[in-house]
Design a protein around this ligand. Structure first.
Ligand SMILES: Cc1cc2nc3c(=O)[nH]c(=O)nc-3n(C[C@H](O)[C@H](O)[C@H](O)COP(=O)(O)O)c2cc1C
Length: 260
């Protein structure tokens, strides 16, 4: 089956994931793309976002601590009817660990067949030298193309089969490395946009952050019109640059055992 439409659902506070996802969607020439931005506060989306069986859901998310972002209820609205989905896990050149398997388990529970998963490097928001310029127009683009071709082959089969994806479907969660942040009260114009933008609903009207809900996605910093939120990732940046500078390739997995 050729999908009637791509439904691109994405969580991308700093834009790297979305850029990679657009590159992937571009490999399905002639198929229209509808976008659902899921980088939004709790309650901003309809309770159910149905995806028809003849459509292909492309779910794109960044990897945080080796798994999809631990935002309560994230992607819960997506409801499949036994149709296909593919996953794109964007990560900052450290590791994507259990991200694909964990997302596939959730989407399978929500009525999709995960026919493929791809991991790709994007600039690390805390250490942008890692992943600078990725995905690139050389080996990365070639891998995206090969993945799309493998997905098209999987969709042409008489029945949809799930792809074998690496990692644990229900991984033990690791603590995230702390990234200190301050709000510059001299700059802040008290507009509240940061609190309203928080996809985790972690910030109150007085800009106090609930550390148990916040996932450090930096949507607050991106939403601030005057640059009042300052994150200090210097500690984590030094660790990343020292240990994870060697560029990692795109990896993909499709139904039928195809990999690249
Ligand atoms: C809280 C947090 C945790 C992260 N954890 C990882 C990780 O475990 N492995 C990795 O390679 N990159 C990690 N990254 C980097 C992001 O996956 C990467 O920067 C991604 O492109 C961000 O997506 P965005 O640009 O769409 O917001 C992390 C970033 C954040 C903000």
């Amino acid at each position: 089956m050729k999908p009637s439409k791509l439904q691109l659902a994405y969580f991308s506070p700093c834009g790297g994931t979305l850029r990679a996802a657009e590159l992937l969607c571009g490999q399905f020439e002639g198929v229209p793309v509808e976008r659902v931005n899921m980088t939004c506060p709790p309650g901003a989306l309809p309770g159910v976002i149905p995806v028809k069986k003849e459509e292909l859901l492309v779910l794109a998310f960044p990897v945080y601590g080796g798994v999809p972002p631990r935002v309560e209820g994230l992607f819960r609205q997506l409801k499949g009817q036994g149709g296909p989905c593919v996953l794109l896990a964007a990560y900052g050149n450290r590791a994507y660990e259990d991200a694909l398997a964990a997302a596939a388990a959730q989407l399978t529970r929500q009525g999709f067949v995960c026919v493929g998963g791809l991991s790709c490097v994007t600039p690390h928001v805390f250490a942008p030298r890692l992943g600078a310029g990725r995905p690139d127009s050389g080996a990365d683009l070639a891998a995206f193309r090969a993945f799309a071709e493998a997905v098209k082959r999987a969709l042409a089969q008489p029945a949809l089969c799930p792809a074998a994806l690496p990692g644990e479907a229900q991984p033990a969660l690791k603590p995230l490395k702390p990234v200190p942040r301050v709000r510059d009260t001299e700059r802040c114009i008290d507009c509240g946009l940061c609190a309203r933008a928080c996809p985790a609903g972690a910030m109150d009207r007085r800009y106090q952050v609930d550390g148990a809900r916040c996932v450090n996605c930096m949507a607050c910093r991106m939403a601030c019109p005057v640059g009042a939120w300052k994150f200090d990732p210097s500690g984590v940046r030094a660790w990343l640059e020292e240990n994870f500078a060697q560029p990692r390739p795109v990896e993909w997995f499709a139904a039928g055992g195809a990999t690249g």
